[in-house]
Design a protein around this ligand. Structure first.
Ligand code: PMP
Ligand code: GLU
Length: 467
């Protein structure tokens, strides 16, 4: 008789026998701070706790009707598509990049994937070398690089210089890394930036591209927010200056408000080496995700095919994101909070170090503690600078402004969408930070009021906020 059942623990495991063991790389891997915060806010709200949600960057305008119809019509495409994407979509993306962004590439150099995030992860596996990352940079890059077995080398940027990435800082990081026995061969940048909201200007992009070429470093440029430039600074891809060494990525998540569709692309250099990377990417993708969901690829064709109302939708989304980020930026600067001026996307990166001693009096010394204080005492969800690889004691937070467009009183999906469409309809009449026309955005107004109250509280010596 098999007696093993009688020796099982209440959880079904035999004593001393652990059937599931974690690999060392995942034993201490926490879930991404962005997605965790979004889930935590949903739980707080479900428990009836009001929360001003500045903790998650999601473009949440209603889906464009042409994309909605295209997806419905594509539902019957149930077969696997080619690993690198359906040819018509790759061609449409190439034409879109030429038309909208002035970037020349052919369909052969484009890989479609289930979001740009897995494509970035795959590229970090495929390419040789350790990874240079600006500090601060997006939460997922360093974990992805480490999971791919790479060392991460932080390149320091200065808050008083709007976190610009300079060739001097890159050269210093390179020297330091080589001394430590690392072999940096990849530089990963993000413009517009998550978390800072800044965008490289032309001179900076050119200097960066030149440095990468001279240092023989592959430049990966994450351009997921490129279409959401606010209008006062042109978005320029480093691929313009370093076409043979630059890989750039993009997708539907931000400009088309379709993060949940999980569709992104990577553009590889038009060289023999680029072709080899594409072959490796195809091989890796074929072993992991096989293909990007076929109906979504079919539907994504609508996004990248010329259509005046879709182009207007993207343009207006950028203007509204710019307006909201600009309004909160203005409020913060009026309160004396140093913050880089947002140029694209929907993030702000305020620095609360002027209140270091007031915060210390409240037991707050790190950005993690500061984020906790904002959430627990002021019901404001934000991410600490430490999750963007900053020193723990740098008192910076990332505010995402994308969810401040959410209407307050919508009682149905239709009402919510109508309110957001009405915002998009007013987009062209807005000014970034000026007085021309104001939108009534209750969530934005609440965020401004709450932050004002918080700063006033910190300015009063010896007080601590009581709920
Ligand atoms: N890069 C950055 C900087 C992001 O903020 C995001 C947001 N999700 C992504 C990449 C991932 O985009 P995707 O949805 O295409 O995977
Ligand atoms: N990009 C978003 C953010 O930084 C969230 C989505 C994600 O992390 O994949 O908040």
């Amino acid at each position: 008789m098999n007696t093993s059942h009688s020796q099982e623990t209440p959880t079904g495991e035999a004593p001393g026998h652990v059937p599931l063991r974690l690999a060392s790389a995942t034993q201490t891997l926490p879930p991404s701070a962005t997605l965790s915060m979004n889930e935590a806010v949903a739980k707080r709200r479900a428990a009836g706790r009001e929360t001003i949600h500045l903790g998650f960057g999601e473009a949440a305008f209603p889906l464009h009707p042409l994309l909605k119809t295209a997806l419905a019509e594509a539902a019957t495409h149930t077969s696997y598509a080619p690993v690198l994407g359906i040819p018509a979509l790759r061609q449409a993306i190439a034409a879109y990049l030429a038309r909208k962004r002035g970037l020349t590439c052919s369909a052969d150099h484009i890989a479609v994937g289930p979001g740009s995030k897995p494509l970035l992860y795959a590229l970090l596996h495929i390419l040789e070398g350790d990874v240079l990352l600006p500090v601060p940079s997006w939460v997922s890059y360093a974990p992805m690089a480490r999971l791919a077995g790479r060392r991460v080398i932080g390149v320091q940027t200065e808050p008083h210089d709007h976190h610009r990435l300079t060739p001097q800082a890159l050269a210093q990081a390179m020297t330091r890394a080589r001394k430590d026995g690392a072999n940096p061969r990849i530089l990963l940048v993000n413009t517009p930036s998550n978390p800072t909201g800044s965008m490289f200007d032309r001179a900076d992009v050119e200097a960066l591209a030149c440095w990468a070429r001279e240092a023989e470093v592959t430049l990966i440029s994450d351009e997921i927010y490129a279409e959401l430039a606010h209008g006062w600074r042109e978005h320029i891809s480093p691929a313009r200056f370093y076409p043979e060494g630059c890989i750039f990525t993009g997708g539907l998540s931000k400009a088309f408000s379709a993060g949940g569709w999980r569709l992104g692309y990577a553009v590889l250099p038009p060289t023999m080496a680029g072709k080899e990377v594409m072959q490796a990417l195809r091989a890796l993708a074929s072993e992991i995700w096989s293909t990007t969901a076929t109906p979504l690829q079919e539907a994504a064709l609508a996004a990248f095919t010329p259509h005046a109302t879709i182009e207007q939708y993207v343009h207006r989304s950028a203007l509204v994101h710019g307006y909201v980020a600009g309004q909160l930026y203005t409020a913060l600067t009026r309160l004396g909070v140093p913050c880089p001026r947002p140029a694209g996307g929907f993030y702000l990166y305020p620095d609360f170090s002027p209140w270091r001693s007031a915060l210390q009096e409240r037991g707050i010394r790190t950005s993690q503690e500061l984020a906790h204080y904002l959430l627990e005492e002021w019901d404001i969800a934000a991410l600490p600078g430490s999750v963007f690889d900053e020193e723990p004691t740098a008192l910076r937070l990332r505010f995402s402004t994308s969810l401040l467009c959410e209407p307050d009183r919508a009682t149905s999906v239709d009402e919510r969408e109508a309110a957001l469409w009405s915002l998009l309809d007013q987009a062209e009449t807005l000014q970034l930070t000026g007085k021309k026309r104001r939108l009534s955005l209750p969530a934005l107004e609440r965020a401004q009021a709450r932050l004002t109250e918080m700063i006033q509280e910190l300015d009063r010596p010896g007080t601590s906020h009581v709920q």
